[in-house]
Design a protein around this ligand. Structure first.
Ligand SMILES: Nc1nc2c(ncn2[C@@H]2O[C@H](COP(=O)(O)OP(=O)(O)OP(=O)(O)O)[C@@H](O)[C@H]2O)c(=O)[nH]1
Length: 310
C-alpha cells in the first residue's frame, strides 16, 4: 500500500490532499447514488435497472483540505461476451489508470460471483482499497453485518471497511474524512467550481466521443474531440448540434466514412443513448470540422472538452 504521512508537506510545501478515486462494483450496487452523495449533487445517472452507467464520469469534491476526483465506472458484468460487455469491462479496467485509491462497493450481506469478478480486478490493480458496504438500510438484523464484514476482510486486505446507505444522509462526512486521510499530498488539479462543468451537455459530448471510439477503434484520429454547439431542451424533445473536431483535413474522411456511413452510425447510436439518458426524443446533428491548432491552445482545449453550464 502507498504509505501516506499525514503530517508531511508535499514537494511544493503544500499540506493539501489530492487524488483520484475509482468507484467500482457490480451493476446496481449503488455506485452512482454514492457518487452523487459524495459530491453533493446529481452527476451520474441513477436508475433502478442495472447498467445505467455506460461512461466514465468524474465527480469533483473540493474542500479546504484538498480535492478528490471520483471516477464512476460502469458495472462489470461477468460472463458477458457481447461487444458491449467487453467494452464495459475495458472501460472499467481503464478506470484504474491514474487512480490513487479504489472504493469497492458491495451490497450489505451479499457477495455474488459478479462481486468476486470485480474483486479479482481490484486485486490486479494493487491499490489501497476501501470496501463500502452499501444498502445497510435493507439489513433488518444489524447484528448480521459484523460476520459479513469479517468475511469480507478475509477475502482481501482492505484499507478500511465502511458500512453506509446511499439512501440516507448519515455517514458521508466520516467517509469523506476517511478518504482524505488516505490520499497523497498534492495540489488541486481543478478549479473548485468545476464540479458544475459536468452537465448533460458534457455527458452528451462524452456519449458521442464514446461512439466514435467504439466505431472507429484504432482508426480514430488522435486528438479528435467533440463540442456541443447547441443544446435546446423541451419537455419531449432535445435538439443537439455537435461538432466533431479533427486535427487535419485528411482525417475528416475517416470519421465521415464511405458515403457518410460512419458518421451516420455514430449519430444513430449516440442518439439512442442520449434518448435513454434524457428521457426525451433527441434530434442530433453532427458535423466534422478541422481545427488544426486546437491542441496547442489551452483555451481552445478547455472550450472543446469542457462545456461550461449556461
Ligand atoms: N435501499 C437502498 N437502495 C439503494 C441504495 N443505494 C442505491 N440504491 C438503489 O439501487 C439502485 C441502483 O443504484 P445505482 O446508483 O444506479 O447503482 P450503480 O451501481 O451505479 O448501477 P450501474 O450503473 O448499473 O452500475 C437504484 O434503484 C438506487 O436507488 C441504498 O443504500 N439503499
Amino acid at each position: 500500500m502507498r504509505p501516506v504521512d499525514a503530517a508531511a508537506p508535499g514537494e511544493a510545501g503544500t499540506t493539501l490532499r489530492f487524488g483520484q478515486i475509482a468507484i467500482v462494483g457490480r451493476p446496481n450496487v449503488g455506485k452512482s447514488s454514492l457518487l452523487n452523495r459524495l459530491v453533493g449533487q446529481k452527476i451520474s445517472i441513477t436508475a433502478p435497472k442495472p447498467q445505467t452507467t455506460r461512461h466514465r464520469i468524474t465527480g469533483i469534491l473540493s474542500e479546504d483540505r484538498g480535492q478528490i476526483v471520483f471516477v464512476d465506472t460502469p458495472g462489470i458484468h461477468q460472463g458477458g461476451s457481447d461487444a458491449l460487455n467487453r467494452q464495459l469491462n475495458r472501460t472499467a479496467r481503464s478506470g484504474f489508470d491514474d487512480v490513487d485509491m479504489i472504493l469497492f462497493v458491495v451490497q450489505a450481506g451479499r457477495f455474488t460471483e459478479e462481486d468476486a469478478a470485480v474483486l479479482a480486478l481490484v486485486r490486479q490493480a494493487n491499490l489501497p482499497t476501501i470496501l463500502l458496504v452499501n444498502k445497510i438500510d435493507l439489513v433488518k438484523d444489524k447484528a448480521a453485518l459484523l460476520p459479513f464484514l469479517m468475511e469480507m476482510q478475509g477475502r482481501f486486505d482492505f484499507t478500511a471497511l465502511y458500512p453506509i446507505s446511499a439512501r440516507r444522509d448519515r455517514g458521508f462526512e466520516g467517509l469523506i474524512d476517511l478518504l482524505f486521510t488516505h490520499l497523497p499530498v498534492g495540489e488541486p488539479m481543478y478549479d473548485p467550481d468545476e464540479v458544475t462543468t459536468i452537465t448533460t451537455r458534457f455527458m452528451a459530448a462524452e456519449i458521442i466521443r464514446e461512439k466514435l471510439a467504439r466505431l472507429l477503434h484504432d482508426e480514430l484520429p488522435y486528438k479528435t474531440t467533440v463540442m456541443i454547439e447547441r443544446f435546446a431542451s423541451a419537455p419531449t424533445v432535445t435538439e443537439i448540434d455537435a461538432v466533431i473536431y479533427v486535427a487535419r483535413e485528411s482525417q475528416k474522411g475517416i470519421v465521415i466514412g464511405k458515403g457518410g456511413s460512419k458518421l451516420k452510425e455514430v449519430g444513430s447510436q449516440a442518439r439512442h443513448d442520449l434518448e435513454q439518458m434524457l428521457e426525451t426524443r433527441v434530434m442530433l446533428q453532427l458535423w466534422v470540422r478541422v481545427r488544426e491548432d486546437w491542441a496547442d491552445d489551452e483555451r481552445a482545449v478547455q472550450s472543446l472538452g469542457y462545456q461550461l453550464p449556461e
